[in-house]
Design a protein around this ligand. Structure first.
Ligand SMILES: [Zn+2]
Length: 148
């Protein structure tokens, strides 16, 4: 079985795609510590082997787009332990409080990137909260693709 650490087909266009293409040539996981140089945002909080940071390339219409990355390389749901979920929950609660997030989504893709639509196979949790029109109080739609 050939394993790809990044999936170019799933990378959005523009600067992000260029970075993913560059990473693909190195064949090294961009979320593993030794290659984490591609990430430009500061690490906001660490907890039990996981850390919280902003997404360098937030989705369209996202007011907040944070990611929680594990220090250990895992790709499959079955590899996640109770402690991993506890760490993700802790960091999510911290982010909600810190950024005063009133609502949004907590999402995670897992497994084969040909199914998930993820550009990076290394499992990461995502916290996404949409922008809101201040006059109408309606939020804009953030699209979180799965597959494709
Ligand atoms: Zn990794």
């Amino acid at each position: 079985m050939t394993k790809e650490v990044v999936n170019i087909r799933n990378a959005r266009k523009g600067q992000y795609r260029k970075v993913i293409e560059q990473i693909h040539l190195t064949d090294k996981c961009p979320f593993c510590r030794e290659n984490f140089k591609y990430h430009k945002k500061p690490i906001l909080k660490r907890y039990h082997g996981w850390f919280l940071t902003k997404n360098s390339w937030p989705y369209k219409n996202a007011l907040h787009h944070l990611i929680i990355i594990g220090e250990k390389h895992k790709e499959n749901f079955s590899e996640l332990t109770q402690k991993d979920f506890e760490a993700a929950a802790y960091l999510t609660r911290w982010a909600i409080k810190h950024f005063q997030i009133k609502g949004g989504a907590f999402a995670v893709r897992f497994g084969d990137t040909n199914f998930t639509g993820a550009s990076v196979a290394h499992i990461h949790f995502q916290i996404i909260s949409p922008k809101q029109n201040k006059k109408t109080k309606h939020s804009k739609t953030v699209t979180f693709p799965i597959g494709g």
